[in-house]
Design a protein around this ligand. Sequence first.
Ligand code: FMN
Length: 218
Amino acid sequence: MVPELNYSEAASRGQQESSGPVPNSEQTEPLASRRRIIVGITGASGAIYGVRLLERLRRPGVEIHLLLSRSGVRTLEMETGMRLAEVKALADFHYPIHDVGARLASGSFPVDAMVIAPCSVRTMSAIAAGLSSNLLLRAADVTLKERRKLILMVRESPLHLGHLRTLVALTEMGAIIAPPIPAFYHRPQTVMDLVDYSVERVLDLLGLPARDARRWDP
Ligand SMILES: Cc1cc2nc3c(=O)[nH]c(=O)nc-3n(C[C@H](O)[C@H](O)[C@H](O)COP(=O)(O)O)c2cc1C
């Protein structure tokens, strides 16, 4: 049974957002020692991956910039019951998705890496084609052109040949494809154990490993 959606309210909240970054906090560490990470949440199933990534990135020395696609807002509310405002509060800055003139749209704004968690096939395909029609897509394109780390938690199954070719093309462009595929050697007991496993692998890829990460170490 699909829960009742209040998408129109979420969409209008998004439309009412003012332009420019919205700060949630003032980081005290100097810029040189700070890791600046963009987190994108798109409309693939698994909004919880994005939420959990935000929660586990929140630590001194990490500055989080958040972007949600319209469909990402929809799946977030459907799948987690969380309000958009709660998720935005997990980041240091968040931006209206339509604001292609925001600082994340320029390679001159220094960023260390970008993760899209989860990443829809639509967003994956648009990045591969260089279609920068919203700020999330533009930020991903900038990440690639500046040869920065772009990690895509692509979630779809099964995959047709076009999907597979797109994944190859993105890998050739320098992106890291990190689908949220669970492992079972750590004997997960809860859904969050499964979610955390994939998030911890992404934190490893970012060079920001979790201290309590589950690892194969027989
Ligand atoms: C409940 C729900 C689950 C979805 N799951 C997926 C999915 O797992 N993978 C995917 O690629 N698209 C999925 N979609 C479709 C995307 O939301 C849709 O293609 C959308 O246009 C993606 O837009 P975005 O990339 O701008 O977020 C889902 C949609 C809904 C409503």
